[in-house]
Structure formats: structure tokens, C-alpha cells
Design a protein around this ligand. Structure first.
Ligand code: C5P
Length: 243
């Protein structure tokens, strides 16, 4: 049986991967994997169980034990052990812990099958750091989405402010740089573009422009069989670029 097609979208935090991946998946009618949410869910579950976060084996055991469920309506809900933790996964603290435990090889191995299980017809858009290099190396379509550090920090700042959180831009820049450094320098599955990935810099692009560039990489036959719509559908209200 031929495997369902996969489009991987990797890149650093704040490059716009989440928004773009969701829109592209919707346009193609494909499933969507937010692999960062899996690492965040594990961070949350490990904390909840009082596991020592410096103990890589113990954290990896939680990865095997936790029950993870994604419910996709208009928004994606994440359930860990039956509890809706969607909002709690969005905090900076959860992101920091996720980035720490994501460096453990045992943890990454324990999460491989959970991620690969998302690959089902008609296709999958997979968002993360190692989707094109490790999880789906045979994916036919690969993107590495990036943007300048300042622009990524600015977007994250606006996003958190919109959620009503009290945030500090300098702290966000520091956190982002720290996470990027850890993601790039770790030995296991470091954040690097796959050799066959197309690099897109979103610093000066709107969401619609990025979505169009990504969709342009897919052959017309794939798009028409997926029923992809011809024009961008974000309404342009969520601009990635500086307004
Ligand atoms: O993408 P998001 O910020 O939600 O990811 C949280 C953390 O999980 C990242 O900082 C990264 O360290 C880790 N991660 C990873 N590999 C992935 C997705 C996320 O290491 N495929």
C-alpha cells in the first residue's frame, strides 16, 4: 500500500509554522500534526506526575504511559489522560520544559510512533523541528520556514499580549534565543533544514503569501485531488509581516 503523502513544515519558534500549517492543511483537506503540542503535553504530564525533569528515562516512561488525544473541530483541543490541557500548554513555562525534555534521545524515540500514527489518507501536514529530517524523512514535500529573531519575538509578544498575559519583550527574546540554541545544538534530531527542504523566510511576508508559496510546491494533481481552493483563505487579518 502506498503511504499517504506528507508535507513537513519545520523551523524555529515563532516563524509562523503553526498558523501556516493549519491553513495549508485546511486548504488541502489533510490532517494536521502539531508535534510541538506533543512535547508540551509530555512536559505537562511529567510535571503533573511529579517526575524529576532531569531524569530522562523517567520522562520517557511518561511518554509511553500518557494518553494523548487531539480533538479537531474549528480549533484543536489537546487532552492528556482525558483532561483538556489546551490552554495550559501555551505558557512560556511549558514551552521551556518542553524544549528541555525534547533534548533527551529516549523521549524523542518514545514519541516517534505517536507522531507517525498521524500519517493517514488523504494526507498530512506535519509541523515541528524534525518532521522532514527524522519523523518523515521520506515526505515528498518539505519546507523549512524561518524569520529573523526580532520578528519572531515580536510576533510571540503580540500573541501573548492578545491572550491577556503580562509579557516582557526582552524576556521573550532571551527565552526564544535560549530555546533556539538548545534546539539547534542538541545531538538528537537538531533543528536543521532537511537537505531536500525548500527554505522560506517569512520575515516580510503575510500569512497568505507564505501559504501560497507552500501550496505552490505541490503538484496540481495533488491539489486538485485534495480539492484545494485556488485563493488564500485567511482573510488577511493575521498578518505575519510587520504592519
Ligand atoms: O513548537 P513548540 O514551541 O510548541 O514546541 C515546543 C518545544 O518542543 C520546542 O521548543 C522544541 O524544543 C520541541 N520540539 C521538538 N521537536 C518537534 C517539535 C517541538 O524538539 N518536532
Amino acid at each position: 500500500m502506498t503511504e499517504a503523502p506528507v508535507l513537513t513544515i519545520d523551523g524555529p519558534s515563532g516563524a509562523g509554522k503553526g498558523t501556516v500549517s493549519r491553513l495549508v492543511a485546511r486548504r488541502l483537506g489533510w490532517r494536521f500534526l502539531d508535534s510541538g503540542a506533543i512535547y508540551r503535553a509530555l512536559a505537562w504530564a511529567a510535571r503533573r506526575r511529579g517526575v524529576d525533569l532531569n531524569d530522562a528515562d523517567a520522562v520517557a516512561r511518561v511518554a509511553g504511559e500518557m494518553e494523548l488525544e487531539f480533538i479537531c473541530d474549528d480549533d484543536v483541543k489537546v487532552l492528556v489522560d482525558g483532561e483538556d490541557v489546551t490552554d495550559r500548554l501555551q505558557t512560556e513555562e511549558c514551552g521551556r520544559i518542553a524544549s528541555k525534555i525534547a533534548a533527551y534521545p529516549q523521549v524523542r524515540r518514545a514519541l516517534l510512533d505517536k507522531q507517525r500514527a498521524f500519517r493517514r489518507p488523504p494526507g498530512l501536514v506535519a509541523d515541528g523541528r524534525d518532521m522532514g529530517t527524522v519523523v518523515f524523512p521520506d515526505a515528498p514535500y518539505k519546507v523549512f520556514l524561518t524569520a529573523s529573531a526580532e520578528e519572531r519575538a515580536r510576533r510571540r509578544y503580540l500573541q501573548l499580549k492578545a491572550q491577556g498575559l503580562d509579557v516582557n519583550l526582552d524576556q521573550i527574546i532571551k527565552d526564544l534565543e535560549e530555546r533556539d540554541r538548545r534546539d539547534r545544538e542538541r545531538e538528537e534530531s537538531p533543528l536543521v533544514p532537511a537537505k531536500d527542504a525548500v527554505v522560506i523566510d517569512s520575515s516580510d511576508l503575510s500569512i497568505d503569501e507564505v501559504v501560497d508559496r507552500v501550496l505552490a510546491l505541490l503538484p496540481e494533481t495533488v491539489k486538485s485531488s485534495s480539492g484545494a481552493t485556488a485563493s488564500s483563505g485567511s482573510g488577511g487579518e493575521d498578518q505575519l509581516r510587520r504592519n
